[in-house]
Design a protein around this ligand. Structure first.
Ligand code: UT7
Length: 337
């Protein structure tokens, strides 16, 4: 059977590190509050002039190198981000130009923190159908230039970091489904009733104004992320646990069978709660939020790359992924690395 295998993983974070103590200097917050409520110790912020596609280029080149491929081997780019280079066109087009591979398909997806899982499923389906053989899937974000750096926005501003993660998916004829490395499958969900619990209202066509951006919009801070943190927290724990349980059951595997879990990195307390609900041993969950904060679409591939470098992710391991984010969107996937 024709299936997708991850044959390359890469990542990139900007050089500039912002610790919680650095944040204390311009925001009414404290290292103690951030650490206790989220687990975050530091995050990376892009330099002025560094765009989402710039970060993605580095992560993509890294992933291509680890796959032993060059960009000209690619058939398609799937780009997951909620911080695009521009309102339109999609950031995949800008990345494609930077990679120098004009002509191949590019697809931007707007699934926020679940973007990597949606992208993985889309890539998997293109490969299963035989349409494409080599797909670059990248999650990349530059949050720093879009955060409210006043007390009004401190609940969100302390959470987000900039970064990028990428994988290369390749078509593979799976002969031994019990042992071969491939994407086994997964499930995806959304519930638009939660859309305004975590969102950036402006610019947008639904603001009921003659212009998408005007002074009133800017003064009201509608171009900054707004979040009902407590509600999102509860939904994240519930839906990630539910989705992961369904995904494992559907594939006839138990928590004990899974070697490593990579969860979206929004809050260490969310991931600890999911692990506790499902009786997942702590050492099987690979968290990176302490170092990178929440890099939304990039958290999972960035985590996989960190785990690879640390020798915590090895060929043949059974790996489960789960995410929850704005939309609401959520899901889980299972793969043998
Ligand atoms: O990636 C997409 C999904 N996103 C998430 O899953 C995020 C989910 N939510 C969360 O992680 C948490 O709700 C937060 C970390 C955002 C907030 O933690 P919390 O325990 O829910 O705190 P809270 O919002 O109830 O705020 C508690 C207090 C408030 O003060 P009062 O009203 O008790 O006096 C806030 O004003 O903490 C205050 N506060 C802060 N204090 C210092 C809020 N943000 C900050 C801050 N620094 N950055």
């Amino acid at each position: 059977m024709l299936r997708a295998e991850i044959i390359g993983v890469g990542s990139y974070v900007p050089e500039r590190v912002l610790t919680n103590f650095d944040m204390e200097k311009f925001l009414d917050t404290s290292d103690e509050w951030i650490r206790k409520r989220t687990g975050i110790e530091q995050r990376h912020w892009a330099a002025v002039g560094q765009s989402t596609s710039d970060l993605a280029l580095q992560a993509s080149q890294d992933a291509l190198k680890s796959a032993g491929l060059s960009a000209t081997d690619l058939d398609m780019i799937i780009f997951a981000t909620l911080t695009p280079d521009h309102f339109f066109p999609g950031t995949g087009c800008f990345l494609q130009e930077k990679l120098g591979v004009a002509g191949i398909a590019t697809l931007d997806i707007r699934q926020q923190c679940t973007g990597f899982l949606y992208g993985l499923s889309i890539a998997d389906h293109f490969i299963r159908c035989g349409t494409y053989k080599k797909i670059l899937l990248v999650g990349s974000e530059v949050h720093s230039s879009g955060l409210d750096r006043t007390t009004r926005g401190r609940d969100v501003t302390v959470l987000f970091g900039d970064g990028s993660g990428a994988v290369i998916l390749s078509a593979k004829e799976v002969r031994n489904p019990e042992k071969d490395s491939f994407v086994l499958g997964g499930e995806l969900h959304a519930d638009g009733r939660g859309a305004k619990e975590l969102w950036v209202p402006a610019p947008g066509s639904a603001l009921g104004r003659a212009d998408r951006v005007d002074h009133e919009v800017l003064e009201a801070g509608l171009h900054y992320p707004q979040m009902n943190g407590k509600k999102v927290f509860i939904a994240a724990v519930t839906k990630m646990a539910e989705s992961l349980t369904n995904c494992l059951e559907e594939h006839g595997v138990t928590v004990q069978d899974v070697d490593r879990f990579f969860f979206h990195q929004a809050n260490l307390r969310i991931n600890d709660a999911v692990a506790e609900q499902l009786s997942i041993p702590r050492e099987k969950v690979f968290n990176t939020i302490q170092k990178f904060g929440n890099t939304t679409a990039a958290t999972i591939p960035l985590g996989m790359h960190e785990a690879l470098k640390a020798g915590e992710l090895k060929k043949g391991m059974l790996v489960a992924l789960a995410a929850f984010g704005s939309g609401y969107t959520w899901g889980a996937s299972l793969l043998r690395y």
